[in-house]
Each structure stands twice: as C-alpha cells, then as structure tokens.
Design a protein around this ligand. Sequence first.
Ligand code: UT7
Length: 329
Amino acid sequence: MQRRLAAITGIQGYIPDYVLTNAELEKMVDTNDEWITARTGIKERHIMKEPGKATSDMGKIMVEGLLQKTGTHPDEVELVICCTVTGDMVFPDTANIICDKVGIKNAFAFDIRAACSGFLFGLTTGSKFIEAGTHRKVIVIGVDMMSSIIDYTDRATCIIFGDGGGAVMLEPAEDGYGIIDSVFHGDGSGAKYLHMKAGGSLKPPSIETVTNREHFVYQEGKAVFKSAINGMVDTIRDVMSRNHLSKSEIQWLVPHQANIRIIDGVADMLEFDKSKVMVNIQKFGNTTSGTLPLCLWEWEPRLKKGDNIILTAFGGGFTWGSTYLKWAY
Ligand code: UT7
C-alpha cells in the first residue's frame, strides 16, 4: 500500500508596503550599496511600519488570502502552525492569535520557533497529521517581523533582514504527489553564533538588558556562513540519495534566502544549474521563517504538477535540513 502523503494545495504570500532601500540604510549606519550588494545580494527589504501591527497581522492577511484562493471556509481548518521567531508576544502562540483574527474556530494551533528552518520543520510537522489520517486541512505559515528584533545601529545585521512570509494549505494528496521526505538536523552548540541575548528565562528583560541593547539579533556572520553552506549541501545530497534523485530530475531548488553568496556556494558545490535555483533575496532580504514560502509564492505560476522540488534551510539553533516534495497542481 502506498503511503498517504500531504501536498501543498495553495500558497499566499505577503510583504508589507514599506521598502527599506540600501540608500536609506546608508543614512542610518556606516555602510554603502556596493558593500551590501556585493556581500549579501540584497537591494531592498520590506518593513512593517504601521503602528500597532505585528506578526499576526501579516499572518492574518496571508491566511485570509489562502482561504479565499483555495475555497476553504474557516470552519474546515483543523490545524494551524505558525513558524516564527517574532511572535506577537512571548506567549500565547501567534498561531492562536491568527486563528482568532481570521475566524478559524475548529482548529488547534501552535508555533514553531526554529528560526530560518522554521517553515521546513513546520511543513513536515503539519504533513504528519495528514499522513496519520487524523487531519485533512492544515495551514502552515512561515512569517517573521524581523524589524522588531533588529538593532538599526548595528550595520552587521540591519542590512540583512526584512519582514514578510507566506502560508500554505496542506491536504491529502493524490498518489505520489506531495511532501515526500525530509532530512533535518539540530545543534544547540551553534546557539552562541546566532541568538538574542535577553528576553527569555535566562536573562529576563530589565533596564540593564535594554540599555545594553540585548533584545536584538546577535550574529557572528562568518561562523554561520560556513556552517550554512555545508549544512544545506549535506542535507540536499542526503535527501537526493535517499530518494534516488539525480540532479536532472530536480526542477527547482528553493534555498533559504540569507545571503546570495551562500546560495551561490550551495549551487556551485552541487554543480546545480542556477536557472533552477529560486532567488529573490535582492527584493526581500532575509525574512527568516518567511523566505521559503515567499519563493514558492513568487514562483507558483511557473510551477507544474509533478515538478520535483527541494527546499533547504539553515538557521539559528543551529537548525538545518532539506525537504523533497513533488508539486501537486
Ligand atoms: O539566516 C540565518 C543564517 N544566517 C546566515 O546565513 C548569515 C551568514 N553570514 C553572512 O551572510 C555574512 O557573514 C554577513 C553578510 C553577515 C557578513 O559578511 P562577511 O563577508 O562575513 O563580512 P564580515 O562580517 O567578515 O565583515 C567584513 C568587513 C568587516 O570590516 P573589517 O573588520 O574587515 O575592517 C566589517 O566590519 O566588513 C565590515 N562590515 C561592513 N562594511 C560595510 C560589516 N558589515 C558592514 C556593512 N557595511 N553593513
């Protein structure tokens, strides 16, 4: 008997209107367009500027669009997973807040905080509820409002990150289509290279933590850079070999958008045709949990039923991995 699989049956992205350009960043910190473009590939990122708006407001727009696109009534949704490191509050989970804002009343909902690998981990977690046969409509959201945790006086991080993301609907798939396999890893010893120093139980917020600017992303870029390339390449190779996939059989590689040099490094090491690699980092920067759904959303009109797609990510934790799916529509 064939294994029951879950497939993505719709996708809806969202990015806020405000565009933060390299020229504007030049006025904020000691940097320049040439450095940012050459070292990261980023030209613009979108920022949520509306006062009082949070991650759940972006999630709400994505989910409303997704429900409309897939012809789904909110009452039909059984599970909502929100992948984010910038939830509205430390608790409750933002997935619950999104459900309330959208009017989803029959679902249970929770967040996944796996940083840049969040959407991948969420996609596989959500698909398991469908594979088990207990759920038929699962929404997975990958969204971050990185501007809420970025220090706009730190030139090493403020040039990289942006806000936005996307939501997908998962449903039982026709035979052979859907989310087929994932290879995931974690290594907590990498936490020292990419984290937020305060605001958790280790260092609760205090006047001192605010004064010391410890409620922002801290990153040792070089250490993350090297691990990111190796982690993505290794797991892509693993998932390809486990599923007897050759390069020519893969239509699209969807890498986390952290740095164009990382994306190129991965493609070069695998000798992967760059025309098959999704890249939109120049427009959106690194939206953490949002990058992969933003790519799929943008490329959706070009995807064909049966396309073999590999998604790959590396991020804070460290967390990393690759997922193989066969596009279902
Ligand atoms: O998504 C989660 C996972 N994260 C990642 O995958 C990010 C991985 N890391 C990176 O993408 C890169 O390491 C960065 C983009 C963060 C930094 O690029 P880099 O090529 O590793 O630069 P660096 O940190 O080694 O800095 C090189 C130089 C330094 O100057 P000195 O010491 O050589 O004089 C920095 O101070 O560039 C300087 N620099 C800048 N100069 C102009 C750092 N940031 C800037 C800037 N503008 N914004």
